[in-house]
Design a binder for this molecule. Structure first.
Ligand code: ZN
Length: 69
């Protein structure tokens, strides 16, 4: 049993960015902005791993939305 593996179809889970629990979350791919050009997406690194974030984190941190299906 691995508590870090969750059913991705569940909409109420833990935010993997801030750790809030019981909030609606959505799947995203984290984007690591380049420190030298934080607004340049071409210089940013996109994490291959899909995480689930709450609305506050989606609003405040760079990410790519993951479209279901
Ligand atoms: Zn969060």
């Amino acid at each position: 049993m691995n508590p870090t593996v969750r059913d991705p179809s569940s909409s109420d889970t833990d935010c993997q960015n801030c750790g809030s629990t019981g909030l609606p979350t959505e799947p995203v791919q984290r984007v690591y902005c380049s420190p030298e050009s934080p607004s340049d997406l071409d210089a940013a690194t996109i994490d291959n791993e899909i995480e689930v974030w709450c609305a506050a984190c989606v609003a405040n941190y760079p990410h790519l939305a993951v479209k279901p299906g």
